[in-house]
Design a protein around this ligand. Sequence first.
Ligand code: G1P
Length: 290
Amino acid sequence: MKVVIPAAGLGTRFLPLTKASPKEMMPIIDRPTIHYVVEEAVESGVDDILIVIGKGKHIIEDYFDRSWELENHLSINGKRALLPLITKIPDMASFHFIRQNSPKGLGDAVGLGRDHVGNEFFAVMLGDNITVSPVPVLKQLMDVHERTGGSVIGVERVGQDRVSQYGIVSGRMVGNGLIKVDSLVEKPSIEEAPSDIAITGTYVLSPTIFKLLKSTAPGKHGEIQLTDALNELAQQEDVYAYEFEGHRYDVGDVTGWLKTQIEFAVADPRYGDDICKFITEVIDRKCKER
Ligand code: G1P
């Protein structure tokens, strides 16, 4: 199975930083967010990755390419021990890139994968979600696809107050954590939301979605929404939502990114002790004053 990673968005929730720097390159500890996404794909058995980039995003291509100068520099300057950190990145998978030439939305970006993917089921992974789970989330969705033969969307319950930030699904439970989807709506108001079951950003999709995306009119925020095309797909083919096992970190906004950074640092054996001590100090020094 091939995976499409849309990474062409403008990242307006991170302005002004994203004026000149892709949000997919925001670090979590010492690796960019998109590195974790690619790792999850690879750990799920995917070895063909298409990344949809846009203006100003060429450093994502550079990151997954070899860097001869840097390799040379490390080799001749007694830093050979650092080499594996950078040489293994281009070998993680077979990387392909395509450009979205104007910000027409997630649906448009996924649609650009049509020629590369062909007439097969494929995966979509959004660049601003990182999941820590016993089995990679994409693998969990691929297993559900194997069992059901349908498209599968990773979901989690978010609570009524957050439904307007996500694509929301409605349907009926047909198994443990498995929902047969009737309809989907992109970022509804609390009043309109049919449930609190939110799309988290990992999908296994039927190639029919490409045809549907072609005729999907601009929706929420004037953009071509993947959720709108999925709603159409659910009327024609089996679409399931799966409440996967694992903890999702939404790094798409500043608060989510900060929380992820802190939690990953605490869990990291290299930095955990220091950071925990620091957090305790900060609570005493700053948080109690607030
Ligand atoms: C996108 C999707 C939305 C999904 C969300 C998950 O929205 O359109 O359906 O719930 O990702 O993060 P975005 O966050 O790009 O606005």
